[in-house]
Design a protein around this ligand. Structure first.
Ligand SMILES: C[S@@+](CC[C@H](N)C(=O)[O-])C[C@H]1O[C@@H](n2cnc3c(N)ncnc32)[C@H](O)[C@@H]1O
Length: 247
């Protein structure tokens, strides 16, 4: 059973015995999520502009990214309507969900209370859940490999499985092809991972790929997009070379 652990910044993470890995950077779960998924992705600009946003997250884990997005929407007074679609094959227990201390790291601590009813329902089935007005959460309970993904729907992918060495099924060429197909033509995908093989799989999947500064002592993370100008602030990689090496 996954067990609760405290990161160096005091925020909780979970350790998975099955995968032999923490759900987040042990230096700081909340700080890492903010850096990788919110600051690097440009999602905050879209929230500020009040445009609709569809996010696909691969690995719901503790639900932290969903809470942070709801917290940003409220803090920015954003009028964006948000669909947050996630997937989880191995939900954390209700007991672990009850203990998570994310409320102390949010501007709107009351949001953390949603985790208990979310995980109570997720133990049994996929869920649809209104976190706040204008933000709907959907979690597919099952393996991402079995999830039917609609075409051309998502603006952002938060790619957040365990690392490629222990969770290779979510880092394959085919997964990144599927993620490409389910995204809109100007979509952006972000992940904490900087492994060359993962970047190669993204390039084979059709993504343009760039390196970005990593969170909390990690040198790099990866940002990918379907549209070149979304990567202007970052150092582009040579996709042709990656495709040659990894296809
Ligand atoms: C690094 S954790 C995700 C952290 C999460 N985003 C958060 O904020 O807490 C990776 C998650 O992916 C899930 N996972 C691993 N393989 C999966 C698969 N094939 N299908 C669906 N979920 C999977 C794990 O159970 C775990 O919850």
């Amino acid at each position: 059973m996954p067990r609760l652990e405290a990161c160096r910044d005091g925020s909780h993470t979970v350790y998975s015995e099955e995968f032999g890995q923490f759900y987040h950077n042990p230096n700081g779960a909340v700080a890492e999520s903010i850096h990788v998924f919110f600051e690097a992705s440009s999602i905050l600009k879209i929230l500020e502009a009040g445009l609709p946003i569809n996010v696909l997250e691969t690995g719901f884990g503790t639900g932290l990214n969903a809470l942070l997005l709801a917290d940003y929407k409220l803090a920015l007074g954003s009028s964006s309507t948000i669909l947050f679609q996630s997937v989880e094959a191995y939900p954390i227990s209700n007991e672990v969900a009850r203990e998570l201390n994310y409320g102390s790291f949010l501007e709107h601590p009351q949001l953390a209370a949603h985790l208990v009813p979310i995980f109570e329902r997720l133990q049994h089935d996929s869920i649809e859940y209104q976190i706040i007005p204008g933000m709907k959460l959907q979690v597919f309970m099952g393996k991402m490999e079995d999830m039917v993904l609609p075409e051309g729907v998502f603006d952002f992918v938060f790619h957040d499985p365990f690392s490629p060495d222990v969770n290779p099924e979510l880092w394959s060429n085919n997964v990144f092809k599927r993620l490409y197909a389910t995204c809109k033509s100007d979509a952006t995908m972000v992940t904490y991972c900087a492994a060359t093989k993962a970047r190669g799989a993204m390039a084979v999947g059709g993504w343009l790929v760039a390196r970005a500064p990593g969170a909390l002592g990690k040198r790099e993370m990866t940002i990918a997009s379907k549209q070149e100008d979304k990567l202007n602030a970052y150092q582009r990689l040579n996709e042709a070379r990656l495709i040659e090496r990894f296809s």
